[in-house]
Design a protein around this ligand. Structure first.
Ligand SMILES: Cc1ncc(COP(=O)(O)O)c(C=O)c1O
Length: 443
């Protein structure tokens, strides 16, 4: 092994003589291109250095007068890590809890094979806020979906008595549940699947927001179907909001056919859409659901599956587990992430600020009706879609917004998603909207 020297903190963090504070955005890009995986294409010419406050990032950009140097500027965060930071960056209550926990309480990590006292706090908080009987902690968002998938299959065999090996899980077209092999097997995005097969069998997709297609499939194959797994609002697909009565009808159909309704609230949960969980917008309750992202308060990856006793109850010792799912520090962070959602009325804030943002975006749409086709969203999960024309390129909008001091990112090439922290102020919403207006005007 070659020699390795690591020293210092922050900009003085130095690895084998390379001081992080000396690297320009181009240097960072070069290191990532040479030494990292090539599975992302981050915005060019910008590197985040730290946060200033709950919605403001400090970013380094090339010095226009000398590209061997960088300048720092403030960037309003219009994406908050794809809804992982609903509580705002460095939320004081959560940070205080973490610091106190590590310095005073002193219990960072023990395995699940021995009980620790903070698990009880997390389970009491998470079952109360979700209104579910049981909660199982995991780590990444995709793990909550993957575990829901496994539980639905096991429930299908053990409770519904589907013949062994025949269980079907139904999903919706345009879904996004993460990057595990089962999640990409579930996906209909060719880019996410290419050369990753063979895929997990026993999956069927129906068009999202189409009750008739679902009913047809339930009538044809209902005896083999264990669950319909679906996002209440499709985030990655470009913030696709279903009809108001879609889920009422879906829930009814599931009950009629003894099929579980499993919802993925990884992106829509924790106040994002103006309710604590997006299914509440539609007046239904899933039998099982997965949460992630903001479940970790923007500090740690925390996810969980919540559900009914008879559904989650199919798991037995040895059938499932996770080293870091619900370890002491995650249990504390998860508990405080819930506390902040409640104490700081994040859902209500999302509703009010989201209303303001959608109103502003609709005004921009009216002014540029030749460019913007649609504004969509609930709460602070919003997007605008442009017409599919060469000059109306989502990536150009992201770059333009960055030049106006706003971070947002296109999803598919004509749609731009805006999903800032739920602590964002009225003034910052207007700042975000003004930047969108200027960039759209310039296209
Ligand atoms: C609905 C949904 N499910 C699951 C995931 C995967 O979460 P993670 O990237 O934390 O695994 C995402 C991520 O964007 C998501 O939006």
């Amino acid at each position: 092994m070659s020699e390795l020297n690591i020293d210092g903190y922050g900009d003085d963090l130095t690895v084998n003589g390379v001081r992080i504070g000396d690297l320009t955005p181009l240097d960072h890009e070069k290191i990532e291109k040479e030494k990292g995986g090539q599975n992302y294409s981050p915005l060019e010419d910008v590197v985040v250095s730290k946060v200033k406050d709950s919605s403001t990032l400090i970013a380094r950009k090339p010095d226009p007068n000398d590209i061997s140097r960088y300048i720092e500027s403030e960037v309003l965060d219009g994406l908050c890590c794809y809804s992982a930071v609903n509580q705002g960056q460095l939320n004081k209550t959560i940070v205080d809890a973490v610091v106190h926990h590590l310095n005073e309480e002193k219990l960072p990590t023990v395995p699940r094979s021995i009980r620790h006292k903070y698990m009880s706090a997390f389970l009491l908080s998470a079952t109360t806020i979700t209104g579910m009987d049981r909660v199982i902690p995991k780590v990444a968002g995709v793990e909550s979906w993957e575990l829901s998938f496994k539980i639905c299959r096991r429930w299908g065999y053990e409770v519904k008595k589907i013949p062994n090996g025949k269980a079907i899980i139904v999903g919706a077209t345009g879904n996004f549940h993460g990057r595990s092999l089962s999640a990409v097997s579930f996906s209909d995005d060719p880019e996410a699947k290419e050369n990753f097969g063979p895929f997990v069998p026993g999956i069927e997709l129906v068009p999202y927001n189409n009750v008739e297609a679902l009913e047809e499939l339930f009538i044809e194959k209902g005896e083999f179907i264990a669950a319909f797994m679906v996002e209440p609002i499709q985030g990655e697909a470009g913030v696709i909001v279903p009809d108001d009565d879609y889920f009422i009808k879906v829930s009814q159909l599931c009950k009629e056919h003894n099929i579980l309704l499993s919802m993925d609230e990884v992106q829509t949960g924790f106040g994002r859409t103006g309710r604590n969980f997006a299914h509440q917008l539609f007046g239904v309750k899933p039998d099982i659901m997965g949460c992630g992202k903001a479940a970790g308060g923007g500090i740690l990856p925390v996810s969980f599956v919540a559900g009914r006793d008879d559904v989650l109850g199919v798991l037995t010792p040895g059938s499932e587990g996770s080293t870091f799912g619900g370890y002491p520090l995650a249990s504390v962070v998860g508990t405080y992430a819930i506390k902040v959602m409640v104490d700081e009325s994040l859902a209500e804030n999302a509703k009010v600020r989201g209303g303001q943002l959608i109103k502003n975006l609709n005004e921009i749409k009216n002014n540029y009706s030749d460019k913007i086709m649609e504004v969509r969203g609930r709460g602070l999960l919003t997007a605008f879609e442009m017409y599919d024309e060469k000059k109306l390129d989502g990536h150009k909008v992201s770059v333009g917004l960055m030049n106006h001091g706003v971070y947002a990112k296109e999803t598919h090439h004509t749609t731009v998603r805006l999903a800032p922290a739920l602590t964002i102020s009225s003034k910052q919403i207007d700042q975000l909207s003004d930047a969108v207006n200027d960039v759209v005007a310039s296209l």
